[in-house]
Design a protein around this ligand. Structure first.
Ligand SMILES: *Cc1c(COP(=O)(O)O)cnc(C)c1O
Length: 432
């Protein structure tokens, strides 16, 4: 399988190259050139297949022309020592918990896979890489954990000062070793812009082997499609509707890819907070990116979702096809809090604010589609958003032990203004 740019102006590359480059040279995002039909493979999966079995067989069908089975198995087994879990919570509503990995957010799936694959490829080629990534919270912590002490890899993470939760900040800033945290005095959009400009700066990319690890990297998208496939193998239903709490739309795009490979998925619900650019597009056909608004679900505070290009490209820029597959629903902070509270009171189950956005959107959809079978992707452990969860439900979430330990460690960050020149100088001085 080959990979091409969403902007159609770059040569096709292998999976390894797409993964190590991050962004295509024309500024577009890598996407598969073609979509093989894997429906027979998917149909043969059963509830007794393990998550890792499903990952290995799927990946081998997709990339067997490029990677050997022993390479694939090594990558998958190094990446995933944690698995998703399903919890049936209410009629027609099942939660897919994706927060049992090292940073307790779904981004662990993408980041762990990417880290394991990059280390494998770099060691084999005897090359080094500097990973530059912007985070609104959860990407950075998953990336930091996944790449910690990985050989031949240096990681630089940009995060918006004061706009990530205290625990997220600890996850970014306490590891040290090959992980550097840059605290940017600006918004997440500033961080994302600085990273994009670094990749587009010819002088810098000539000097330094830059690569990305945020959701624009194809190595993050592929593994995110695995849990849609695993869920279908567990439930063996052809009428599942997935609700995806969305910000940069990497998670949702991975689901769209799985569907295009032949996974029987009935529909998707794209749940956003008040950063409702994609729901507005789905309703009106108008795409109007704008500066992000700050909300309770801060990992979804995105005003110009980077994977939107991949979604358009997948459906040949046809609004009708996108609308047929996805319903967009936007949820306010007030509704988010009401949902967190109501679900705790009714089911004794704590939701993180992001998952609560998805929960509210799912209930909305169930009102007009009472027969719907919804699987809601739960994107983070409630303990990652301690203050909000406590304040809203009156209940202290149980803190996983590895997170509790972080709270007492000292923070190490380098404060920087939202200025590309400052970033470029820092990178050159540190790593040339
Ligand atoms: C990143 C993130 C999201 C949004 O995922 P995208 O792939 O960017 O749409 C939702 N919830 C949490 C907890 C996240 O960290």
């Amino acid at each position: 399988m080959q990979f091409i740019s969403t902007r159609n102006n770059s040569p096709a590359v292998s999976f390894q190259e797409a993964l190590l480059k991050g962004l295509a040279p024309d500024g577009g995002l890598y996407r598969p050139e073609s979509f093989p039909d894997l429906s027979r493979l998917f149909n043969d999966f059963s509830p007794s297949d393990t998550f890792n079995d499903i990952c290995q067989k799927t990946l081998s069908s997709l990339l067997g022309d490029e990677l050997q089975d022993d390479q694939i198995n090594r990558i998958i087994n190094r990446a995933f020592d944690f698995v998703p879990e399903l919890k049936a919570l209410a009629p027609g509503l099942t939660i897919l918990e994706l927060f049992h990995g090292p940073s307790h957010a779904f981004k662990d799936f993408g980041a762990s896979f990417l880290a394991a694959a990059m280390e494998e490829f770099l060691l084999q080629r005897d090359q080094k890489s500097i990973i530059l990534t912007a985070t609104s919270g959860d990407t950075g912590s998953a990336v930091a954990q996944a790449f910690y002490k990985k050989k031949n890899i240096q990681v630089v993470i940009l995060y918006p000062s004061g706009r990530v939760s205290p625990l997220q900040e600890k996850q970014l800033t306490t590891l040290g070793e090959n992980i550097v945290a840059l605290e940017i005095k600006g918004s997440f959009d500033d961080c994302q812009r600085m990273v994009k400009e670094a990749f587009q700066n010819k002088e810098l990319t000539k000097l330094l082997p830059l690569s990305s690890a945020n959701s624009i990297n194809l190595g993050r998208l592929f593994p995110q499609s695995f849990y849609y496939i695993w869920t279908q193998a567990q439930l063996k239903r052809k009428d599942i509707i997935f609700t995806v709490p969305s910000g940069n739309f990497g998670n949702l795009t991975a689901g769209l890819y799985a569907k295009t490979w032949g996974l029987p998925i009935k529909h998707f619900i794209a749940a956003t907070n008040s950063n409702d650019i994609v729901p507005l597009y789905l309703n009106s056909g108008e795409y109007s990116p704008r500066p992000s608004l700050q909300t309770l679900s801060n990992a979804m505070d995105v005003g110009a979702p980077s994977n939107f290009e991949r979604m358009l490209s997948l459906y040949d820029h046809k609004w009708d096809s996108l609308k047929e597959n996805i319903t967009g629903i936007s949820v306010s902070d007030e509704e988010t809090r009401q949902t967190m509270n109501a679900v705790y009171k009714k089911h004794g189950y704590l939701l993180c604010p992001h998952t609560a956005v998805g929960y509210h959107a799912s209930l909305d959809y169930l009102q007009t589609h009472p027969e719907a079978q919804i699987v809601l992707l739960s994107t983070a452990h409630p303990a990652k958003f301690l203050e909000i969860v406590k304040e809203t439900t009156g209940k202290d979430p149980e803190i996983p032990e590895n997170l509790a330990r972080l709270l007492s460690l000292p923070k190490h960050s380098c404060v920087m203004s939202p200025d590309c020149k400052e970033l470029f100088t820092f990178l050159k001085d540190s790593f040339r």
